[in-house]
Design a protein. Structure first.
Length: 339
């Protein structure tokens, strides 16, 4: 990679300093970020100080934190050498994973799921997707390995986003013939008939998060064409009744709002050559009081069933704004007090 760790003669400060040399000054500028904001992020999250001296970075801090920060800086520089960009989320992911992230450049439009010592990468038509926490990494690996997977945890942990990304990867690689995305339209209820427009216009507001994820991975024109061809479907859970979903990647989002009967109905739609992912947050159940959540029942009933994986996320896996994690932790603490 062309990066060297310098070990000067023994001095007292050597006990608290690791010096890295980066030969390409242009890449070093990108590594540091505008006004050294990337270095500031590493300092804040890893509890170290990073000083720039010419083409060298001095990492100052406790031995463990210093070594981890140096490893992150090397990994991010290698990423830049491979011709890939560097955003705040990429830095956060490198820190959380504690190891170098995938850095191999790919041809534009190429898709691949990559399993190696440095982690997992999902290639879609628009951009590569990298799990940013160990829980996300395990989740993605399980979605490729199992026919039925559950992702359970708070908002912002990437449950649905990663599921759709895996679905797009499998679709464009030919592993499945269609993508089907669904959610319960619980909030609509009996009021659905009073909303303006046809059925699609009535339910689209509830499906918008699925559209957003899909448009992150595929060009808008391609999404529109595939939807017209019914190779991508986005529909409320109620529309799944009576169908057999074969050779498809199927995602049920917000599954905590499915009733027990709806969940059983949905799970039994699984056909030959299909994969199914169920995502939900047990703390955000919008069902009427006294109506049990199908997600909780499925979790209890299907534990230990061969071919079914359960993955759990916590506030530590939140990849939105850091404040989201703190909000979730505050609510969890308040609920614990009342328990």
């Amino acid at each position: 990679m062309g990066i060297s760790a310098l070990t000067p003669p023994t001095r007292a400060e050597d006990l608290v300093e690791t010096v890295l040399e980066f030969p390409d000054n242009r890449l070093l500028i990108d590594l540091c970020g505008e006004y050294d904001r990337n270095l500031a992020q590493i300092e804040h999250q890893m509890g170290v100080h990073v000083l720039r001296r010419g083409n060298r970075l001095s990492v100052i801090g406790d031995k463990g934190a210093r070594e981890q920060a140096a490893a992150v800086l090397r990994a991010l520089y290698a990423r830049l050498e491979a011709g890939r960009g560097l955003a705040a989320g990429d830095i956060d992911g490198a820190i959380r994973m504690g190891r170098p992230m995938p850095a191999t450049p790919r041809a534009e439009g190429e898709q691949i799921e990559m399993f190696n010592a440095s982690g997992i990468e999902i290639r879609t038509r628009k951009k590569p997707i990298e799990p940013r926490t160990e829980a996300q990494k395990t989740y993605v690996a399980n979605l490729f390995a199992n026919e039925l997977g559950f992702g359970i945890g708070p908002a912002g942990t990437g449950k649905t986003y990663l599921a759709v990304a895996v679905g797009v990867t499998m679709f464009i690689s030919g592993a499945v013939e269609k993508i089907i995305l669904s959610r319960p339209a619980v909030e609509a209820g009996e009021r659905l008939g009073f909303l303006p427009g046809d059925m699609k216009e009535k339910v689209d507001p509830y499906m918008q998060p699925l559209y957003d994820a899909l448009n992150d991975f595929l060009p808008a024109k391609q999404v529109q064409k595939l939807m017209e061809e019914k190779r991508i479907e986005i529909a409320p859970l109620a529309f799944m009744r009576g169908r057999t979903l074969s050779n498809a990647f199927v995602v049920l989002d917000e599954a905590q709002n499915a009733t027990t009967m709806q969940m059983k109905m949905f799970l039994t739609r699984l056909g030959e050559g299909s994969r199914m992912v169920i995502t939900g947050d047990r703390t955000q159940i919008d069902l009427p009081r006294g109506v049990p959540s199908g997600l909780q029942d499925a979790e209890r009933i299907l534990k230990g069933v061969k071919g079914v994986s359960f993955n759990y996320f916590t506030s530590k896996d939140v990849v939105r704004h850091p404040l989201v994690a703190r909000v979730i932790e505050a609510y969890e603490a308040d609920e614990a007090k009342g328990a």
